[in-house]
Ligand binder design. Structure first.
Ligand code: F6P
Length: 322
């Protein structure tokens, strides 16, 4: 394969830089030239390509985000947008594209592949909702950041006998919330997949207070039916709740961290494996990690679907909250 392009798309995720580095160095080792695409599909539609050599990808792994930049590019959803992208790729003699990203990004990669430009995906999103990988690049870092925030909130909460409603990211997926709740010892976890009536949150907090707990933590996924603001207003009107209630939204703070060792290794392994497959002629799917092995899942099984949370873990979180 003469040349490939690599891009990062959608929400940035810590560990993306490790993937770009691995893709570049493995491709160069196999005699393939590499172009980095600036700002995801946006740069693909304007021919914003930069040659990546061994040195261009040095010293990037320890930084979160993506040094190539990322964007959400609605024009790429149109056939015209994708035709323009193919025109630029052909002009640069590029015969394959590695797309590092989550659901929306892999949908775009699938459409490009269907139009005759070979693409392969690398599973990357802090949400962990992508089919084809048990864990995606960025999840571990985001989870550790959320966990550190919870540990800190517990310290101040205990001093005032307060309960905190903590909103974590995850779009429509409750994975980050559930894992933060379990590893942070939360009193309740509120996720989009299994709606919890506000009254149950009040009962849980009030029971915890009566059991003598000095603090309460409720992790609320951003996509939950009853969000933090609604819960805060509801809790404020409950005289028997015990705790004083405060709310905190972690938001993009979770995406900006220094990648953990796990995310650097995951980015490296998935990136290296994806580019090896692409150079050997395999394309039309996403490379992820399943049972400790790099695996390839066709776009047909990935696009338009999302991974749910494990209901057994949701039930366990409730038992452990006692
Ligand atoms: O998909 C990753 C994610 O961080 C989601 O958890 C969140 O809903 C969304 O991106 C936020 O998007 P943006 O960075 O465009 O505001």
């Amino acid at each position: 394969m003469k040349a490939i392009a690599v891009l990062t798309s959608g929400g940035d995720a810590p560990g993306m830089n490790a993937a770009i580095r691995a893709i570049t160095r493995v491709a160069i080792d196999r005699g393939t030239q590499v172009f980095g695409v600036k700002r995801g599909y946006q740069g693909l539609m304007t021919g914003d390509f930069i040659p990546l050599g061994l040195r261009e990808v040095g010293g990037v792994m320890q930084y979160g985000g993506t040094f190539l930049g990322s964007a959400r590019a609605p024009e790429f959803k149109t056939p015209e947008g994708r035709k323009t992208a193919i025109k630029y790729l052909e002009a640069f003699d590029i015969n394959g594209v590695v797309v590092i990203g989550g659901n929306g990004s892999q949908t775009g990669a699938s459409a490009l592949n269907d139009m005759g430009m070979p693409t392969i995906g690398v599973a990357s999103t802090i949400d962990n909702d992508l089919i084809g990988s048990e864990i995606t690049i960025g999840v571990d870092t985001a989870l550790n950041i959320a966990l550190e925030a919870v540990d800190r909130l517990k310290v101040t909460a205990s001093s005032h006998r307060r309960a905190f409603l903590v909103e974590v990211m995850g779009r429509d997926c409750g994975y980050l919330a559930l894992m933060t709740g379990i590893s942070g010892g939360a009193e309740a976890v509120i996720i989009p997949e299994i709606p919890t009536p506000p009254q149950e949150v009040v009962e849980e907090l009030s029971a915890s207070y009566k059991r003598g707990k000095t603090n309460g933590i409720v992790i609320v996924a951003e996509g939950a039916k009853h969000g933090v603001n609604e819960l805060l207003a509801y809790c404020a009107e409950q005289p028997d709740i015990g705790f004083e209630i405060r709310a905190v939204t972690l938001g993009h703070v979770q995406r900006g961290g220094t990648p953990t060792a796990y995310d650097r290794l995951l980015g490296t392994r998935l990136g290296a494996n994806a580019v090896e497959r692409l150079i050997e002629g395999e394309h039309g799917g996403v490379v992820g990690m399943i049972k400790g092995e790099e695996t390839f899942t066709p776009y047909s099984e990935v696009v338009g679907r999302t991974k749910g949370v494990d209901p057994k873990l949701f039930a366990l979180a409730d038992v452990l909250a006692k």
